[in-house]
Ligand binder design. Structure first.
Ligand code: ADP
Ligand code: MG
Length: 351
C-alpha cells in the first residue's frame, strides 16, 4: 500500500475547506438514482417515500474529547443527549420520531456499569420521544468513547419543512431562548479548571440549573411542533439550531436563495443567562448567534400567520426574509447594519 506516500496526492489541509466545504466536496458527485429518495444530502434529514407518509432519517456522531468531556458529563445525561440531538433534526423537518439505532465504540477504560448508565439515558429519551431502539453496532476503540445515533421518523408530505422554502417577506421565528447551552458549558469548564488547580475545592454550580440543564440535558423541540399544529401553522422553511442562530439563518438563506436579516433587540435570552454572561464578561447576543447546542428551531412563516403566534411566548420573531440582493444582515440595537457571518456579525471582533 503506497496510497499515503503517493507524491501525486496533494495534501490540502481539511481546515482550508471547513466542515461544510468538506461535505460539499466529498459528496458533490453523488446523484440520487432511486425514485424513492425525495431528498438526499443538504437538509436536517434525508427524506424517502413511504406508503403514505414520507420517511425521515438523521444521523449524528458524538466523539469523546470533541463533543463531550466525561469529567463533567454524567453518562446518563450523555445517553439522553445523543438521542435528543437526533430527534431535534427530525423536528426540523416537522416530523415525528419512530425508530433508532445506536452504535458505540468503547475503550476498555469503561465498565459494564458505566455503559448501563449510558443506556439508562438512552432509554429515558426513547420513552420521552416515543422511539423504538431497533439495532446498532458495538465495537472497541483505542481511545475513548464514540456514539453514533441514527433516528428514523415520518412526516405528512403536505407538512414537511425543508431549509429551502423561505420566501421574500416571510418572518423569521425562533422557539424558546438562545445561548444558555454555551454558558452552561463555560460554567462546567470553569469549575473543571478550578478543580484541577485545587482538588479540595468542591465545584460551585449552585443557582445555575437552567444553563447546566440546557448543556447537559437538552430537550428536543417536540413541544413547539404540537403548538404550531394547534395554531394551524406550517412553516415555509425550518432548521434546528445546533451551531448558533447566525449559522442556521445562513443555511436557510443559501438553500432558499434569499437574504436574511436578524434584529439584535429581538433575540430571546433568558434573564439568568444575561446575568451569567455579565459574570463571564461576555456579550450574550454574540453567543446566542454563534454558541451552539441550543436545539431550538429557527423557521420562517408567511406574514399571514403572524397574528396566530404573536401572543405565544414560546415563539419570538427575530427577523425577516428579503430578496437575495439585500444580503444577510445583522441589525444592531442602535440601528447600524452589519453583514451576518457564521461567527455572528463583523462587529463582534470589537466586543
Ligand atoms: P446537521 O447539523 O443538521 O446534523 P450536518 O451539518 O451534519 O447536518 O450535515 C449537513 C448535510 O450533509 C446533511 O444532509 C448530512 O446528512 C450530510 N453529511 C454530513 N456528513 C456527511 C458525510 N460524511 N457523507 C455524506 N453526507 C454527509
Ligand atoms: Mg440539523
Amino acid at each position: 500500500m503506497t496510497l499515503i506516500d503517493d507524491k501525486s496526492i496533494n495534501t490540502t489541509p481539511i481546515s482550508s475547506l471547513g466542515e461544510f466545504g468538506l461535505i460539499e466536496r466529498l459528496t458533490k458527485d453523488f446523484k440520487c438514482e432511486n425514485k424513492s429518495t425525495i431528498k438526499g444530502i443538504g437538509d436536517d434529514c434525508a427524506v424517502f417515500k413511504g406508503a403514505k407518509n414520507y420517511k425521515l432519517l438523521s444521523t449524528d456522531m458524538l466523539v469523546e474529547g470533541v463533543h463531550f468531556d466525561l469529567s463533567y458529563t454524567p453518562l446518563k445525561h450523555l445517553g439522553f443527549k445523543a438521542v435528543a440531538v437526533n430527534v431535534s433534526d427530525i423536528c426540523a423537518m416537522n416530523g415525528r420520531t419512530s425508530q433508532l439505532t445506536i452504535s458505540i465504540a468503547v475503550s476498555n477504560r469503561f465498565s459494564v456499569e458505566a455503559l448501563d448508565e449510558l443506556y439508562s439515558g438512552i432509554k429515558l429519551a426513547c420513552k420521552e420521544y416515543s422511539i423504538d431502539l431497533v439495532g446498532g453496532d458495538t465495537t472497541s476503540s483505542l481511545s475513548g468513547l464514540v456514539i453514533s445515533v441514527s433516528v428514523l421518523g415520518e412526516v405528512d408530505p403536505k407538512k414537511i419543512t425543508y431549509r429551502d422554502g423561505a420566501k421574500v417577506n416571510d418572518l423569521l421565528v425562533v422557539t424558546g431562548d438562545l445561548g444558555a447551552a454555551y454558558f452552561g458549558l463555560q460554567l462546567l469548564k470553569r469549575e473543571k479548571e478550578i478543580f484541577k488547580e485545587n482538588p479540595n475545592v468542591q465545584p460551585d454550580l449552585s443557582g445555575h440549573d437552567y444553563a447546566l440543564n440546557r448543556q447537559l440535558k437538552p430537550e428536543a423541540p417536540v413541544k413547539y411542533l404540537k403548538i404550531l399544529e394547534e395554531l394551524s401553522i406550517t412553516p415555509t422553511s425550518m432548521i434546528d439550531i445546533s451551531d448558533g442562530l447566525s449559522s442556521e439563518a445562513l443555511h436557510i438563506s443559501k438553500a432558499s436563495n434569499v437574504g436574511v436579516s436578524l434584529q439584535e433587540n429581538k433575540i430571546p435570552i433568558d434573564y439568568t443567562i444575561m446575568n451569567l454572561a455579565s459574570e463571564f464578561n461576555l456579550n450574550p447576543i454574540a453567543y446566542a448567534l454563534s454558541g451552539g447546542e441550543d436545539y431550538e428551531l429557527l423557521f420562517s412563516i408567511n406574514q399571514k400567520d403572524y397574528d396566530k403566534l404573536k401572543k405565544d411566548p414560546d415563539f419570538t420573531i427575530v427577523g425577516y426574509v428579503t430578496d437575495i440582493s439585500v444580503g444577510n444582515n445583522f441589525i444592531a440595537t442602535d440601528g447600524s447594519i452589519h453583514p451576518l457571518t457564521a461567527q455572528g456579525w463583523d462587529g463582534m471582533k470589537e466586543q
